[in-house]
Design a protein around this ligand. Structure first.
Ligand SMILES: Cc1ncc(COP(=O)(O)O)c(C=O)c1O
Length: 410
């Protein structure tokens, strides 16, 4: 057989934005963790045990029995009307259904926002650290991404004001107030009200990403930023963490000034999100199912978080050291899926990963989540997919790796 490429002069010239699409650093790093038998704290996946399979089976049969032709047909880009209405009704502020757009996961919301709001060279403000998938969605549009210093209450308003003023008006601030990915931290009420007031004063639009807000452990987080200033914010929500990510459904709520453009960008991207899946989710949600289902996810994830906190306190070396710089420190997330830790001075999370994997446990080094000035000592631990027993064994293995890698005191 002759090669079809003989004499082929085709020249593929990639767009500038394609050059910016790099393989996820995390995926590359995590290839080493795919060995069988590894206990993984690395994944960003919800626990598959939370997927309501019997409810989906029933909903699937109902949709096919009652509405198969419409469910399998092309449909409106805005989304399946009953689901749009359910989204508007469940959000904690007065949402006009005409401002809701059903998306193919909230990841698509980030992509549409990037296409509609970012030009090459536009400044975009983000928290330090921030969600890697957002950086991946924004970067191809060639923005200048500026990190705002953050503490355990969220981003610092002083730094926001300083960086806002240090260049052209930013197109938006991207922020995750609830159980943030990667840190698990929650923005305090005081910080939220200060942020919304500062953004309104500066005229700075906010993109609020909230896939984890329902997964609180002891008390619900403070009200979303968007509830406080709907005209100044785009809100992104998701069904991935409360129902199932495989259906790829999320939503956004956007003010009139940008909604039509986001809708047009969506039409260009995929015409609409799968109508069949939208009907399934609407069917499952009938009769307040989420109000019964979400508490079971919260209870499961809280028990897993507690198991990880207890194991860390028990196993990590040097916990009686007074200087936090000489021992591993971690936070206590009040919801969500992730815990954030920082290694003792002189240690590097990427180097630790190799040793940890040898001992049978994996995590994500934190550096991938920084738009600039990465902190090599940070790491993200997911506590939702391994069992409590695996959490115990995994943390013991991680502690052994830390112990062996700790710099010897002078
Ligand atoms: C902060 C954040 N935003 C958005 C997403 C995307 O979620 P999905 O597209 O499944 O709704 C994720 C997924 O992990 C996330 O952590």
């Amino acid at each position: 057989m002759t090669s079809p490429s003989t004499g082929n002069k085709t020249q593929w010239s990639l767009a500038r934005r394609a050059a910016r699409m790099n393989p996820s650093v995390i995926r590359e790093i995590l290839k080493v963790t795919e060995k069988p038998g590894i206990i993984s704290f690395a994944g960003g996946l919800p626990s598959a045990k939370t997927f309501p399979v019997p409810e989906f089976a029933k909903a699937c049969a109902t949709v096919l029995a009652n509405d198969a032709q419409a469910a399998l047909q092309y449909a409106a880009s805005e989304g399946y009307r009953p689901l749009v209405q359910m989204v508007a009704d469940m959000l904690p502020w007065d949402v006009d259904p005409a401002r809701v757009l059903i998306t193919t996961g909230s990841q698509q919301g980030l992509d549409l926002v990037a296409k509609v709001l970012i030009d090459a060279g536009s400044r975009v403000l983000v928290e330090t650290p921030t969600y890697l998938g957002a950086l991946q969605a924004f970067t191809p549009m060639e923005p200048d991404i500026v990190s705002i210093d953050s503490d355990d209450q969220g981003l610092r308003i002083v730094d926001l004001r300083r960086k806002y003023q240090s260049g052209s008006a930013p197109r938006f601030l991207y922020v995750l107030p609830n159980f943030q990915n990667p840190t698990g931290r929650t923005m305090s009420e005081a910080r939220r009200s200060e942020l919304v007031a500062a953004a309104a004063e500066l005229g700075l639009p906010i993109v609020e990403d909230n896939p984890y807000g329902d997964l609180w452990f002891d008390q619900p987080p403070p009200a979303p930023l968007t509830a406080r200033n709907p005209d100044g914010c785009i809100y992104l929500g998701s069904f991935s963490k409360v129902l199932a990510p495989g259906l790829r459904l999320g939503y956004l709520v956007a003010p009139e000034a940008v909604y039509p453009k986001l809708l047009q960008a969506k039409q260009a991207a995929d015409l609409h999100s799968p109508g069949f899946n939208q009907r399934m989710i609407a069917e499952v949600m009938q009769g307040g199912f989420l109000d019964r289902h979400i508490p079971t996810i919260r209870a499961r994830y809280k028990a897993q978080r507690d198991a990880m906190l207890a194991a860390l306190a028990r196993e990590m070396p040097g916990q009686d050291e007074v200087d936090p710089d000489t021992r591993m420190v971690w936070n206590t997330p009040e919801g969500g899926m992730f815990l954030w830790a920082r290694l003792p001075r002189g240690m590097d999370a990427v180097e630790l990963l190799t040793k940890a994997v040898e001992k049978g446990v994996a995590f994500v080094p934190g550096l991938a989540f920084f738009a600039d000035h990465p902190d090599p000592r940070c790491l993200r631990l997911s506590f939702v997919t391994p069992s409590v027993e695996e959490i115990r064994r995994g943390v013991a293995a991680l502690a052994a790796a830390v112990r062996e890698s700790m710099p010897v005191a002078a």
